[in-house]
Design a protein around this ligand. Structure first.
Ligand SMILES: NC(=O)c1ccc[n+]([C@@H]2O[C@H](COP(=O)([O-])OP(=O)(O)OC[C@H]3O[C@@H](n4cnc5c(N)ncnc54)[C@H](OP(=O)(O)O)[C@@H]3O)[C@@H](O)[C@H]2O)c1
Length: 312
């Protein structure tokens, strides 16, 4: 959380004719607004961009400060309809006046997008935030430099889709060109849609992707399996769904709000010889921990493969 940080710390370079539009993040986290007319452009209007845009608007960001570029006309229309923000077919149009560019395209198209925007990046000197899984900051920097110019400020972010509900988890990693004020600004941007933490060692970002980026899918898979098991024993599907969803939500809240670690909370609900112990014995016998370790390792490797494939 950003409590205690000054408004000045949240300021970034904006045009001097900047007027009144503000990006407001959670009031209890940041008592002041981000810079006036701090326009934010999303390049790519897919799942994650939609999550972030939805989360930002829900928390008081004015729609007029956001723009998005999206080649698909249907998605563009949906963005305008759902969020009332400016949606452009072309990337240069979207970034006009923007001081913060969020590159929300798939890793395989990031290079082309950066090459297209490189001359504009040299002129505008924006803070560039890249969401592409597996693509290192060094690759984005190289592509944006387009063989010349000075290195841009780049933050590599790995959010996840619960950002739509303001419940996202984002890891952030910055290059040396990112100023402390810009770091604070990016943190505020992602804290508007959940929790944001900094990872200093960029090599760990593939692990982050495999943990929290893909993590919601693991939890959905767990919930699917729990529901199937409960329904197989006769529980109505709607009843199982309601109970399981609230169980996951409640357990997550306990972990976040108690300050205890997961092992302590697990032990607390596991009476010796009781019901929970029997279930956890099955987990252990069938290698639950090993399975998750293998899954996260495989996902981490995939992140590295993507980097090798797209970041040369
Ligand atoms: N999904 C996740 O949970 C998650 C989590 C963390 C990070 N990420 C990362 O976030 C990024 C976005 O993921 P996503 O799931 O939101 O992908 P997505 O739904 O495919 O969104 C990307 C959007 O970019 C558009 N696009 C393609 N080429 C473009 C171009 N040249 N200029 C502008 N827009 C272009 C695509 O349009 P078309 O469909 O018409 O091609 C698509 O709508 C990825 O790099 C991913 O690695 C995703």
């Amino acid at each position: 959380m950003l409590a205690g940080l000054s408004c000045e710390a949240l300021m970034m370079t904006v045009p001097t004719d900047a007027l009144t539009t503000t990006l407001t993040v959670e009031a209890d986290a940041v008592a002041c607004a981000l810079p006036r007319r701090a326009r934010i452009a999303f390049i790519g209007g897919g799942n994650v961009a939609r999550s972030m845009i939805g989360g930002l608007l829900a928390r008081g960001t004015e729609a007029s400060t956001l723009a998005v570029s999206e080649p698909d006309a249907g998605l563009r229309a949906a963005l305008v309809n759902d969020f009332r923000i400016a949606a452009h077919a072309g990337n240069p149009e979207a970034i006009a006046d923007a001081v913060l560019w969020v590159l929300a395209v798939k890793p395989q198209v990031l290079r082309a997008v950066c090459h297209e925007l490189a001359p504009l990046a040299q002129q505008a000197r924006p803070l560039v935030v890249t969401l592409a899984a597996g693509i290192p900051i060094a690759a984005v920097r190289r592509w944006l430099l387009a063989d010349s110019g000075s290195a841009p400020a780049i933050v590599r972010a790995m959010p996840n889709t619960p950002a739509l509900l303001g419940a996202g988890a984002t890891a952030l990693c910055a290059n040396a060109q990112v100023s402390p004020a810009q770091r604070t600004q990016v943190q505020a941007l992602f804290e508007a849609v959940g929790t944001a933490v900094w990872v200093d060692d960029e090599t760990l970002m593939d692990t982050v992707t495999a943990t929290s980026g893909s993590g919601p899918a693991y939890v959905f898979a767990l919930m699917e399996a729990m529901q199937a098991a409960a329904v197989a024993q006769g529980l109505p599907a709607a009843t199982a769904r309601a109970l399981i969803a609230q169980t996951v939500l409640g357990a997550g809240r306990m972990l976040v709000e108690s300050g205890e670690d997961a092992a302590t909370l697990r032990r607390r609900v596991t009476s010796p010889g009781g019901v929970t112990e029997q279930a956890l014995r099955c987990f252990a016998e069938d290698g639950f921990d090993t399975l998750l370790a293998r899954a996260i390792a495989a996902a981490t490797t995939r992140g590295a493969e993507l980097a090798a494939q797209y970041a040369d």
